[in-house]
Design a protein. Sequence first.
Length: 634
Amino acid sequence: MWKTARDSVCLICRSAGAPGWASSGTSLPWVNQQSARTFATRRERRATPSRMILSDRVDRPPPPRGNDAPKKPRNKPAGPFSGMNRTVANIPAARRVIARTRDLTPTSVTSPAAGDKERDKEREKKKGKRTFKAMNMQRSLTTIGYGLRTVLKEKIAQVESFDQFELLPSIKEALAKDALKGMVDIKPTPVQKLAIPALLGQRMGPKMRRRAKAEEEGEVKRKEFLLAAETGSGKTLAYLLPAIDALKKAEAEDTALHSYLERLEKEKEIRGDQPLAEWIEKFEPNPNTARPRVVVLVPTAELVDQVTRVAKSISHVVKFKARPLSANLDPLKIRNNLYSPMGVDMIIATPHLLASIAESDPYILSRVSHLVIDEADSLLDRSFAPETTAIVDRAMPTLRQLVLCSATIPKRLDNYLAEGFPDITRITTPNLHAIPRRVQLGVIDVSRDPYRNNKNLACADAIYSIAKDSSRHDVAPGEVDVKRIMVFVNERETTKEVADYLISKGIDAVALHRDSPELRQSEMLATFTTSEPMRVAKALFEGDGHDNTPTRRRLPNTKVIVATDLASRGIDTLAVRHVVLYDVPHTSIDFIHRLGRAGRMGRRGRGVVLLGRGDRRDIVAEVKESMFMGQALV
């Protein structure tokens, strides 16, 4: 029976079930060869240990086990972060096709491939454009179209001389004698070419003809102007000359003033040689006492002194009285300037001081016809806005011309003007918001050797390099030029720290910030605002004539001011050719004002940025590219 069952099973199955069949005498040659090959292959595979073979499945997931079949990924639920990390909009495919067919032209609807090609071309064009991503993310300035800039350049080219302006002859004489004394070629700057005719009402367009005709008929309305031009472009003269011209014309028509001057001359003849100061206060009051016709508002006491110097340089020939009001002056001087028996025609003041005086004596603004708000982006900011607007409201009944002047037009100022002065005339120059190409910008990476994140060391090294270049060139036999350098920081606490470090390295440095006394601030800036050259003896340097390297720990041919943005607004630092940005500015507005301290009135300048570990390198790179291309910041 067992033999019968055994015979019914095939030989292959029988041999698989019997392990010792190969050693038996059963002759199955093809089975024997197959088994030998399999056995040899297994021995080959076991010859190399697995730890020595590299896997070819590293980039693939393990195979599914059991019932774990691969599942289709579910759509993420919509939420505030559902659109992040996507390269395609989260729109259903059907809606996306409908939107594409709407955008296509009738010819491209029938040919989708043509529409794809057109969109690809547009994308390539956009890629080639200068986008300035980092600066656009922090956009704070109002843009001016380049089409308008081209039109302005054509208007500027039409004016060549101050003689083309309808100014009084005495004003033109004062420009040549005092205001622009020392200049070889006396020509108006671009902002003066645009602003002076506009403020005088001289343009010959149809609108200006109607305005001139209305003025003759006595229907004069208040005119409002926004004067926006780059730093160091001559804005002060641009608004002062038309104001002085209007002041003298109004004075010529003032019968009360003429009759007072006639009585004063008769009194002088009666008193003979008696000094005027002894009896003028007992004489009848002057109609101009504490009642100026022109008021100029500026944010700082230093700007008060600067604008006053320009106005007085013209007053020697034109004959008018310009008086300053600032915290630099003692109370008695302020009272004499405002309530002088000789009268006052123009006041240059800070808003806080003038607003406090107007609170106690409102009549001082009762005859103001021309009001100028210089550095309007600062004076209409939060810190100055209440006092500035209070002065404007008090002067509004008699005001004939309001001029707002600034080197930058932030968006907040643009919105304020659009709401408060919708009919304002905007006068802008082609280079507004652009740092002049004559100012070069260099970058020092403080995170690398040899500084190793030591900004103080990098700042001192940059100043020493500037001084070394100066010491190698003789401006006169036996003399070298004194370099005046401004270092800007973001925090006022840093000014003292940086100034002390520079002093320890032998550099003549002072700290200037809001807490510095007003008088001390003016003394510091006096050296930097003069155009007169400063020189020191060459004997102060060690070495022979071929190596004039400054002595160790002493730099006699350099003066440095370490300041916050207090010194970056409006100060006419003609003597400054070099600016060091110790901290990267927060906005492009601060970039424009800080670098604007160098390269003023057509002079060349140089800026150096100290780039630390946490600073925005992309913004600095884009600012540098804008300066190289001569284009406006955003």
